[in-house]
Design a protein around this ligand. Structure first.
Ligand code: ATP
Ligand code: RIB
Length: 306
């Protein structure tokens, strides 16, 4: 496979506050530092893949406002082809309100804005973006009908389809049949499968016909699930300061691995490495490493293991 990666998904401006802990309902917590970072699961995954050397296009939608311009420029600076990102004349750019606790854990509320108006019609207008496609990458911060239409268009062109079902919502078998690799985290797996424990959640999804299932397990790594048996590919041990976009770093890197012809297990190792570097840095897109940074990180680990 030597084609490109297409991301159809969201772009958000992230408004991030450091907090001593996450507030309870009805509670006000006095926080610390504040930062504004380019984010959105779609854009993060596109930037992650481009920084790792992938040829990446994105179809998305922002507002005709300053945040929208910043997000487009930021993605372009990372090497993403941005000509298929449109500016909506009526809705503002999506925004994510994020709190990060001292252990690097986050809570996120997204106001989708223009992302909510990424309609199937825009896919038709941007059909050129699907030419020469190797891997389509999808999430669930844009309308489900658009996600389904994109998956179908990619399959019709013989491309692989990767779906990160975040934020989680119930999915029908028709969409799952168009997906080659489903990459939920544990809470997303629980919602999709209706089962609270990992093993039964995996079993339910495999029974529903999911072909490739990778469940990200935070600092434990990722579970590569298959009919014949599952195995965990461990995460790298690092000092996490901010896990925002860890999942996106993983997904973007996994897509690059697939395009490079790596087996899913090896692509997942690349994902673990990129995500490990990302959690040692603050912010979504600023935290996503280049290929050289990932190689340097891995070389350091090999050196330390001698
Ligand atoms: P987020 O929503 O915070 O972006 P997520 O819930 O989608 O993340 P996780 O399962 O938390 O996804 O993490 C994705 C991947 O990131 C993991 O599979 C692992 O490779 C890496 N990762 C996450 N947290 C850590 C950590 N503390 N140390 C090392 N690697 C981590
Ligand atoms: O996955 C992290 C992303 O989720 C953040 O960048 C935020 O914008 C939300 O979409």
């Amino acid at each position: 496979m030597d084609g490109h990666i297409l991301v159809v998904g969201s772009l958000n401006m992230d408004l991030v506050v450091q907090a001593p802990r996450h507030p309870q309902v009805g509670e006000t917590v006095l926080g610390g530092g504040f930062g504004t970072f380019p984010g959105g699961k779609g854009a993060n995954q596109a930037v992650a893949a481009a920084r790792l050397g992938g040829r990446v296009r994105m179809i998305g939608r922002v507002g005709a406002d300053a945040f929208g311009r910043q997000l487009i420029d930021g993605a372009a600076a990372a090497g993403v082809e941005v000509e298929f990102i449109r500016q909506d004349p009526e809705e503002p750019t999506g925004v994510a309100l994020i709190t990060v606790d001292p252990r690097g854990r986050n809570t996120i509320v997204v106001a989708p804005g223009a992302n909510g108006r990424l309609a199937p019609q825009q896919l038709e207008e941007c059909a050129q973006a699907f030419e020469g496609l190797a891997v389509l990458v999808l999430q669930l911060e844009t309308p489900l009908e658009t996600v389904k239409a994109a998956a179908r268009m990619a399959r019709e062109r013989g491309a692989k389809v990767v779906l990160n079902p975040a934020p989680a919502q119930p999915l029908d078998d028709e969409l799952l049949a168009d997906v080659d690799y489903l990459i939920p985290n544990e809470s997303e797996l629980a919602l999709l499968s209706g089962r609270g424990d990992l093993a039964s959640g995996v079993r339910v999804l495999l029974e529903r016909g999911v072909r490739g299932l990778l469940v990200t397990l935070g600092e434990q790594g990722v579970l590569l699930a298959a009919e014949g048996g599952s195995r965990v590919i461990p995460a790298y041990k690092v000092e996490a300061v901010d896990t925002v976009a860890a999942g996106d770093a993983f997904v973007g890197a996994f897509a690059v691995g697939l395009v490079e012809g790596l087996a899913p297990e090896e692509a997942a190792r690349l994902g673990n490495a990129a995500a490990a570097v990302s959690v040692t840095r603050r912010g979504a897109q600023p935290s996503l490493p280049t290929r050289a940074e990932v190689e340097e990180f891995l070389a350091g680990r090999r050196e330390a293991a001698r």
